[in-house]
Structures are given as C-alpha cells and as structure tokens.
Design a protein around this ligand. Structure first.
Ligand code: ARG
Length: 468
C-alpha cells in the first residue's frame, strides 16, 4: 500500500483529495446504502462493462485498459455471487464497493472506468435495469395467474352461483363469469407493466453528473448494449427523475388491489357460512387450539400486501415531490421501497396463481346458494315486462309483492303456486316458471359480456387465443 493510499483511507476512502477527515460514524450510518443497494450488483457490473467497452471503442481509454476492467468486473461478479465479496459501509454504496474492489484486482485501469460517468447516471441506469426486470417478472407472474383463472373459468362456465351487490344476493351468475372478471383485471394489470416497461426503456447512462460530458462518448452504443431502446434525451431528466419507479409502484399497487379483492372473496367463500370453496392443504394452515379449523392464511396475507405496496408508492411519491433538479441524495431512498414492493408483489402473484389452481370449488353449494335469496326476482320483473306488457316500474312493484309473499311463506319464488301469483297479478302464466330457475336466468343473459355460459365460453376462447 502506498503512502497516499494510506492517507486517503485515514481521511476518506473515496474523496481523500478534498476531505481531510473521515465521516462521523452516524454520518456513515445515515449515508451508506450498501446494506440494500448491493442487490443492484448485476446491473451495476453490466452497466460498467458496457461503459468501459464504449470508452475503448471511442478511443477514450485504451483497449488494454478496457479489457482489464472487463475481466476484473467478471471476477467481482463471481466473488459477489459466491459470497466472497466483502461489502463495506465506508465505501457507501454498491458503485463504490465494486470500483474499489476492481482497483485492488486490476490496479490503475480501474481508475479510468469512471471517466465520462458519474454515480448519478450510474445509479439511474442500474435502477432502471432492475425495475425493468421486475416489470418482466410481474408480466410473467400475471400471465401464469391469468392462465390459472381462465382454466377455472372454463371448467365452471355453467356453474351457477349468486352474484352479489352490497354482498347481498343480486342475480345468479356463473362461476366462470366471476373468474373471468378477474382475468380482465389482471390482464389490464399486465398491460400496465408492459406500458411502463416500454416507457422506462431508455438509457440514462452518459448523462454523467447532470450536464452530460465533454468526452466524445457514444450513448447510443451503451443504450443498445444494455437493451435500451435509445438514450434519454435530456441529461438533467436522466439523472433526476424516478417516474419509472413510480409507475412500477403504481401498477403494482393497482395489481395488489385486485389481488386483495380476490383474496377477500376466497376468505369469505371458504368460510363455514359460505362453503363455496375449500382451500387445499398447500395454501392453508390449521389452528393450534381449534382442531376443526382450516385458515386461509395465504389469502389473508395476499389481501394485506396492498398495505406495504401502496405504502411504498406513497413513500416514494413523497420523497420525489418538490425535489429540485437534478440529483439529490433524497433519491437514495427510492430503492428499499421498490425492492420491498416488488418482492411482495411477486410472492403474492405466485401464491394467488397456486391457490386458484388448487382450489376445490363446490358446485352444488354454489348452485344451492344461487337458488336462494330471490336471486331471480329481476328475471320475473323482466318477464312481466316482456310477456305481460307491464311497464318496468309496475313489474318491479308486482315482483316485490311476490317476493314479500314468498318471504312470508318461508319459500323461494319458484315455490309459489300459479294461484298465489294470480292473487298479485292475473296476467302471470305457467311460462313464468321457465325464468324462475337459476339456469334459465343465467342462460338468458346473452348480452355481450353477460353471464350466459355461451358468453363466458366465448370470452374463455378469446383469452386462450390471446394467451397463445
Ligand atoms: N447511492 C447513491 C444513490 O443511491 C448513488 C448516487 C450518489 N450520487 C451522489 N451524487 N452522491 O442515490
């Protein structure tokens, strides 16, 4: 170790030229991000290799130096991957940790890597690469979930169940229709990640600290090497915005809302009061004290994930709000939120896909529930309009009286006799019983996007085609 290196370590490992003393221990604790940003090591090394190769191609560093840097970075990568790398808080972040190790491994050329670059464009590049990968992970997680839901929808295309509004029995629907509602939601979620991915796929690298650089760099070459569509067009924007992370978090939060609603339905449906479904052993737990219990823990935890995912997005929106251009250290607070949200979203997507695939659906219970609660009252009112020529408002009134009559008799609408119905309205005929059954009810709802099994099967076929 040379004297000058010793000196710089006594004062400050990274900017000993300017700084005489090292940071306070608490400064180091608040400032260091290595505890979490070490997750960016693959992206950091990828970015550095692309940068070094470009510097050599442009004649800014020698081929020999670029080669030494490239090989050194491969060694660093394998050291990190095999757990041999020692991360140091004194070196602040992943960028300085890797560069310092490179210096030890290859010597002088390592010092040339940071030419025409700053940690500001470096971290923006690393983080974009990381979030882009998470978009891909969300897209494939959603794809698997959509496929699982489509399969269940096809199986239950004509299984009748109660459709609810206000969680009160409203009209019969089919189980397939209910599943396909989530397919639509999850497909929109997927397209939000696809859109966000497209928009974020521009390279900040080469924006340098904020103003670009006087070196003759080729930003198009590094953009291409890193799989970006193009370099970002404004260097200030490149280092100072995190809208790509905000978009990822927003798309994640909306997706987590959808997951939470489905999870809530599974919790309700698997209760002893509903018995619409049973969770498989794989996705439930028992109780340490109540032997009869089978708790839908996975569904409950998925239901809760929106809390932390939305929390992460609120946190980052709040960090970014009011920040003047360009980079500010506040932005270091972006990563933990996004890491946590991404980890939990991927887990929730995988758990939901597994749960949907393994769910036992109790068709007979669904049908029994669909038949109770006067779920075909609207069909009766519609029949009175169509067949007896009543204005809808009067039909609504007549049907209400019939429901009251059935309720008083403790029976359901199809259990009333024709004589009982005539007492309320003489225009009712035997044909009314055709629409009072739940199967007839759902079969009649042939409007596009309606719950009729034919319509559900058509939607299943459309999605199968889209999914390929
Ligand atoms: N660790 C920093 C971050 O995550 C890297 C960028 C540091 N830039 C700077 N000008 N201090 O934001």
């Amino acid at each position: 170790m040379t004297d000058s290196t010793k000196d710089s370590q006594a004062s400050n490992a990274m900017w000993g030229g300017r700084f005489a003393a090292g940071p306070d221990a608490i400064m180091e604790a608040i400032n260091a991000s290595i505890g979490f940003d070490q997750r960016l090591y693959t992206q950091d090394i990828r970015g550095s290799r692309a940068h070094a190769a470009m510097l050599a191609a442009q004649g800014i560093i020698s081929d020999k130096d670029a080669e030494a840097i490239g090989e050194g970075l491969v060694t660093v990568l394998s050291e990190i991957e095999t757990g041999k790398f020692e991360f140091s808080a004194a070196l602040e972040d992943i960028h300085m940790n890797i560069e310092a190790r490179l210096k030890v491994l290859v010597g002088e050329p390592a010092g040339r890597l940071h030419t025409a670059r700053s940690r500001n464009d470096q971290v923006a590049t690393d983080f974009r690469l990381w979030v882009r990968e998470q978009c891909d992970a969300a897209i494939s997680g959603l794809d698997a979930l959509i496929r699982a839901a489509v399969a269940r929808a096809e199986e239950g295309a004509d299984w009748v169940m109660p459709g609810f509004t206000h969680l009160q029995t409203a009209q019969p629907v089919t189980f397939g229709h209910h599943m396909m509602a989530y397919v639509e939601m999850f497909a929109r979620d997927k397209s939000r990640f696809e859109d966000a991915r497209k928009r974020m796929n521009e390279s900040p690298l080469g924006a340098a600290a904020l103003a670009g650089t006087g070196f003759n760099i080729d930003r198009f070459a590094t953009a291409q090497a890193l799989g970006f569509d193009r370099p970002m067009a404004n260097s200030l924007d490149a280092v100072s915005d995190r809208d790509f992370a905000l978009e990822f978090l927003s798309a994640s939060a909306i997706c987590a809302v959808h997951l939470s609603r489905l999870a809530e339905e599974l919790v309700i449906w698997s209760s002893a009061q509903f018995r619409f479904v049973s969770m498989s052993d794989k996705w439930s737990t028992g109780s340490s004290i109540m032997p009869q219990k089978r708790n839908p823990d996975a569904a409950e935890l998925i239901r809760a994930k929106i809390g932390r995912i939305l929390g992460a997005s609120v946190a980052l929106f709040t960090v970014m709000k009011g920040l003047p251009l360009a980079y500010s250290k506040d932005m270091q607070e972006d990563k933990e939120q996004v890491f946590d949200a991404a980890d939990n979203l991927m887990l929730a997507l995988a758990a939901m896909a597994g749960m949907i695939g393994d769910l036992s659906v109790h068709q007979a219970n669904l049908e029994a529930a669909a038949s109770s609660g006067f779920s075909t009252a609207t069909d009766l009112a519609d029949w009175l309009v169509r067949e007896a020529g009543l204005p809808f408002r009067e039909a609504h009134h007549v049907t209400g009286s019939l429901v009251a009559m059935a309720e008083a008799a403790g029976c359901d609408l199809p259990d009333l006799s024709l004589e009982q119905m005539h007492a309320v309205h003489p225009g009712i005929t035997e044909a009314v019983f055709d629409v009072l059954g739940v199967h007839n009810s759902v079969a009649s709802r042939q409007s596009y996007g309606g719950t009729a099994p034919d319509q559900v099967r058509a939607q299943v076929a459309r999605w199968r085609e889209i999914l390929g």
